[in-house]
Design a protein around this ligand. Sequence first.
Ligand SMILES: NC(=O)c1ccc[n+]([C@@H]2O[C@H](COP(=O)([O-])OP(=O)(O)OC[C@H]3O[C@@H](n4cnc5c(N)ncnc54)[C@H](OP(=O)(O)O)[C@@H]3O)[C@@H](O)[C@H]2O)c1
Length: 313
Amino acid sequence: MAESKVRGQTSRRPLGKTGLYVSPLCIGCAPLGDMPETFEYGVDEDRAFRTLEAVFESPINFLDTAASYGDGESERRIGEVLKKKGGLPEGVVLATKADRDLQTGDFSGEQMRRSVERSLKLLGLVRLQLVYLHDPEYESFEHLMAPGGAVEVLRDLKAEGVIEHLGVAGGPIDMEIRYVETGLFEAVITHNRYTLLDRSAEPLLDVADERGVALLNAAPYGSGILAKGPDAYARYEYQEAPEEMVERARAMQEVCRQFGVPLAAAALQFSLKDPRIVSTIVGMSRPERIGQTLELSAQPIPEELWERLDRLA
Ligand SMILES: NC(=O)c1ccc[n+]([C@@H]2O[C@H](COP(=O)([O-])OP(=O)(O)OC[C@H]3O[C@@H](n4cnc5c(N)ncnc54)[C@H](OP(=O)(O)O)[C@@H]3O)[C@@H](O)[C@H]2O)c1
């Protein structure tokens, strides 16, 4: 393993203007919430605990979860491990997200307060360092921004000191830009839209960069296809990948093979090498993934391979 490159991937950098310092790699805890309907496989509690223990022993200091992952199960499992550790270890940054009611779709201000209160309880914390407004595409911008609405209540929670920093995390890029341009958010997550296969988040990366809003790029493997390979896991963004995309992933895998580079290394480093991205959020549910991810991040990749991959994008 190229030691100096690994060190680069585990050193700290500012999370925008928040004053928090994070590693360029962030552990995505969605699979740890046991979400077979999303990932097509389940993850039992023991495997989740062992993965989290490995994360806390690693040089990576940044974790990402959400109230909705397994409807609280990801947060509950993290909370169990934190309890054993006597709380959040010094220097670790744990981000979560405030969600609509998954049963009723309620995305009101009151629901944000309920979501944050449940997160505090499940995580066993009295304060949350970073909370994102999660998947706002499920409601209109006007509804969420209305007086007394979701965003205002999250800002109230920040003023009350319950939340330290506020972010926004969602899908559609135009919508994400609209929220970033309100100037109310210190961090923004995009997912599945800045990968080897889909680069549609490009305009958001520029807007966040210009405004000094921390950009986090989630799902560099498109939820798995670029890590496990198009033949083992032909899914992109939590559904069956279109045949055209599977074909492109196969072509990329073949080019990578010619250069002796795992497809997953190229997929991960495509995100890690972009200076506009503060941290790349990688989902995983096995303890050995931590070491694998550090190795993939350190794999040398020749310039010519990037050019060939760009042509296939
Ligand atoms: N709206 C939002 O804010 C939003 C949306 C999407 C994602 N996110 C965040 O971003 C995180 C990452 O997204 P994601 O988990 O959906 O997708 P991802 O990071 O693109 O891919 C995760 C998948 O890749 C597999 N994987 C990881 N490392 C691997 C390796 N070395 N070898 C083989 N397979 C490997 C994992 O398998 P195993 O489970 O077998 O380890 C998992 O199935 C999420 O967990 C979540 O925290 C946020």
